[in-house]
Design a protein around this ligand. Structure first.
Ligand SMILES: C[S@@+](CC[C@H](N)C(=O)[O-])C[C@H]1O[C@@H](n2cnc3c(N)ncnc32)[C@H](O)[C@@H]1O
Length: 280
């Protein structure tokens, strides 16, 4: 791959999905995309770039390229401190705030194979605060392949590596051969959809959310892409709604319109509530 081919491909991927392939990742890009060239019978990366721009199948191929370049690593009950703070400190607030509507909406943005969305639904069930409520956990990802796995809801030992054994017996049914399936009553609270977080128009169709989890997704984006995605979250959150990022992520230098919430065990972000009428 020449430097020019790298630049063209990298810019094309970036403008589609916000993922920035760093200069020093040229070799990784080459290795991950090479099977696509072979599958299409193309001889070089210039040809592949032309294919991505002009071929009738370009949209399908762009999905395959993004698929090859993205990291889908995830597992159940990832980042337990944050989940504990969410359960102990945020859920009581939401229960009180939404008591009259008895409705709760949580978005797992960049949900990969679904473990995060199901974990949230399991925590909601375990809390017993939302029985007979209208609850929806909405998992979205740019990759259709991971969403197919999420909908199947069948997992092996690696996905369960941080799941306490009592949760395994409570929330999963054994399938044999080391595999388990998420129980139907948990699945009933979760749905999935394909969504590119950089597609602001498509994101406008997402319902108003009480909480957005977007963990370990924006780490692959550069600053302008992060700003765009944060703008989307700001619009989709109800006033007072929470944004939960991964533990290595924060909103420093983003000038984002969120306030920092100090929970006992963790940090979260919140969309500010408008001041009471008389004070505006
Ligand atoms: C490392 S996984 C994170 C999974 C989960 N949130 C967690 O923390 O365990 C990152 C996911 O973000 C998705 N992703 C990357 N760019 C995206 C975009 N522009 N729109 C939506 N999803 C994206 C990838 O497909 C991948 O499944």
């Amino acid at each position: 791959m020449t430097a020019e081919e790298f630049r063209l491909l990298r810019d094309h991927v970036y403008s589609h999905c916000g993922i920035l392939v760093r200069e020093d990742m040229k070799f990784v890009m080459e290795r991950r995309l090479w099977p696509r060239l072979e599958a299409l019978g193309l001889r070089d990366f210039s040809g592949y770039h032309r294919y991505l721009r002009y071929d009738a199948q370009r949209r399908v191929e762009l999905e395959a390229a993004v698929e090859a370049l993205t990291t889908h690593e995830t597992y159940f009950f990832r980042e337990p401190n944050q989940l504990k703070a969410f359960t102990d400190e945020i859920l009581p607030v939401l229960q009180q705030r939404n008591a009259s509507s008895r409705r709760l909406r949580i978005w797992s943005a960049g949900c990969s194979t679904g473990e995060e969305a199901y974990t949230i639904a399991m925590l909601l069930q375990q809390s017993r605060r939302f029985e007979n409520w209208d609850v929806e956990v909405y998992g979205t990802d740019i990759s259709r392949r991971v969403l197919a796995t999420a909908r199947r809801a069948e997992y092996g030992p690696s996905a369960l590596r941080a799941t306490p054994p009592e949760h395994v017996s409570r929330f999963f049914v054994p399938l044999g051969g080391n595999k388990v399936k998420v129980r139907d009553d948990v699945r009933a609270w979760v749905s999935f959809g394909q969504l590119n977080l950089l597609d602001a128009e498509a994101c406008q169709l997402v319902a108003q959310m009480d909480v957005v989890f977007c963990r370990n997704v924006m780490i692959y984006f550069d600053l302008p892409a992060r700003r765009r995605v944060l703008q989307v979250f700001h619009e989709r959150l109800v006033p007072g709604g929470y944004l939960m990022l991964g533990h290595s992520e924060n909103l420093l230098n983003l000038g984002a319109d969120f306030e920092l919430v100090h929970l006992r065990g963790d940090l979260a972000y919140r969309k500010p509530e408008p001041p009471p009428r008389g004070l505006r």
